[in-house]
Design a protein around this ligand. Structure first.
Ligand SMILES: [Zn+2]
Length: 301
């Protein structure tokens, strides 16, 4: 009798029996510890079991997350924090154990950022409401842009190692700046501008596939790189594009040349990083650190 009791106790300590117990017992953490508005973070789900027949799915901000299991048994995924996230953002995940699935929601605290405002003068044609023909063009271009984001979720991961900027030059406008065009608040700057003279090379920030080459009203001559598993980078306003759709490019490979096509005040490259449909500060890619297992984790945050 006693030995059976001890055996039962031992088994329950070794591994939770079902997905619900695993979901409740999982440790959740993120890197960096204080997630900022408009950045990419790593989310980690540690199910505290070596059970092999186990997978994790998850969502944040309406975007599918793509979890990979590392040798320590933890599941890790990149995740976007939208620029307009306030205080906390819900992260939902599912533990899947064979046919048994259990869901759980955790709120990730979000640290606010101070975003500056800037005033720009551009050609008045860009600040007048577009006429109906132009509206059709702009809608078509945003549909193409969204389609790249959607497709990227089913592209295998292509990127590896460190990320590099599209130009080795200074930043002339940061991510998130609120923009007044000709005195009217029109938009938030959803990318990072790097300085450049017309004709200077623009390079790929990491390995990826050229998902779209366009000549867009706002973005001018533009290249979309799909790095896989939801992650894309976008390079705008080129004077010349040197790649074609479907081409595989390596980190540092030339994509085109700096120009002033589209809605611009002068030559530069506007560089956007996106996870799915969420634009984030591309500079957060430079700070990505693979989360290390931490002995002192708050169980169930
Ligand atoms: Zn820009």
């Amino acid at each position: 009798m006693r030995s059976l009791l001890v055996l039962g106790l031992t088994l329950s300590l070794v591994s939770p029996a079902n997905a619900q117990d695993m979901a409740m017992a999982a440790d959740i953490r993120w890197q960096p510890e204080r997630a900022q508005q408009g950045t990419l973070i790593y989310l980690v789900v540690d199910p505290n079991t070596n059970e092999e027949n186990l997978s994790v799915t998850g969502q944040i901000a309406g975007q599918e997350l793509h979890f990979n299991r590392d040798p320590s048994g933890e599941f890790r995924a990149l995740a976007p924090i939208p620029v307009n996230a306030r205080e906390t953002i819900p992260f939902t995940f599912a533990i899947i154990l064979g046919a048994d699935t259990s869901h759980r929601m955790v709120r990730v605290p979000v640290r606010p950022r101070e975003f500056r405002s800037s005033r720009l003068s551009v050609d008045p044609r860009f600040s007048r409401p577009p006429d109906s023909a132009l509206q059709v063009r702009i809608r078509g271009e945003s549909a193409m842009s969204r389609a790249v984001s959607a497709r990227s979720h089913s592209t295998p991961r292509m990127w590896e190692g460190e990320w590099i900027p599209p130009r080795p030059s200074s930043i002339t406008s940061e991510f998130g700046v609120r923009r007044m065009f000709n005195g009217e608040l029109q938009s938030r700057h959803m990318g990072v501008d790097f300085d450049g003279e017309a004709g200077d090379p623009i390079v790929a920030s990491n390995r990826g596939v050229v998902a779209l080459v366009g000549s867009f009203y706002y973005a001018g001559n533009v290249v979309y790189l799909d790095h896989g598993k939801g992650l894309i980078t976008i390079y705008m306003h080129m004077t010349e594009v040197d790649v074609t759709e479907g081409q595989l490019v390596e980190r540092g490979q030339q994509l085109g040349k700096v120009g002033a096509t589209g809605r611009v005040t002068g030559p530069h490259v506007h560089w956007t990083a996106r996870y799915g449909r969420i634009s984030v500060d591309g500079l957060s890619l430079f700070d990505l650190k693979i989360p290390q297992r931490n002995a002192a984790v708050d169980r169930g945050h």
